[in-house]
Write a protein that binds this ligand. Structure first.
Ligand code: PRP
Ligand code: ADE
Length: 175
């Protein structure tokens, strides 16, 4: 029998993680399923068929899993944006706030060629703080963000509006 499960059907919700009141959207169940992972990667790329993309940037940590798979599918390289203090070489940094805290993200200062067309990938868009910081890092290195692709958009938290106000193309598979 055909499997009609959607990407959303593979995601589970865990209440009160990592803090009381947060409904945590857990994509490990999506990633663990062979069909789930395949349809998520295919659908993340769907709007960009025919769009030149020189590299994929993934946001720590779940954006590494998706971004690596997306980069492999496109036969382009993958660039990690990491939390502060994790990258070994010279970096540039951006501070940001998120749904449940504050953080700093970094990228190697030679990771993106000026003029490179970049697809930013993460599992989830909430306030948009993480993605905004990632986009700023890419742009500070001279990259051009051609799209921001997420599995989940949490529309009440305003991330899409924040990124669209920056002129970004935002693509999400479910909300
Ligand atoms: C989550 C998620 C996004 C970010 C979205 O990561 O994977 O990267 O939050 O939130 P925002 O739109 O409000 O910035 P988290 O910071 O929990 O880090 P992790 O993936 O390393 O656990
Ligand atoms: N990152 C920020 N908010 C989140 C949520 N509700 N579930 C999973 N990851 C998140």
């Amino acid at each position: 029998m055909a499997n009609h499960k959607t990407v959303k059907d593979y995601i589970r919700t865990i209440a009160d993680f990592p803090h009381e009141g947060i409904m945590f959207r857990d994509v490990t169940t999506l990633f663990a399923d062979p069909r789930g992972l395949r349809i998520a990667v295919d659908q993340l790329l769907h709007p960009y068929a025919g769009t030149p993309i020189d590299c994929v940037v993934g946001l720590e940590a779940r954006g590494f899993i998706l971004g690596g798979a997306v980069a492999h599918q496109l036969s382009v390289g993958f660039v990690p944006i990491r939390k502060k203090g994790k990258l070994p070489g010279p970096v540039i940094s951006e501070a940001y706030t998120l749904e449940y805290g504050e953080a700093v993200v970094e990228v190697h200062d030679d990771a993106i060629e000026p003029g490179a067309k970049v697809l930013v990938v993460d599992d989830l868009l909430a306030t948009g703080g993480t993605a905004e910081a990632g986009i700023k890092l890419v742009e500070r290195l001279g990259g051009e963000v051609v799209g921001c692709a997420f599995v989940i958009d949490l529309p009440d938290l305003g991330g899409r509006q924040k990124l669209e106000a920056m002129g970004m193309d935002v693509h999400a598979l479910c909300s």
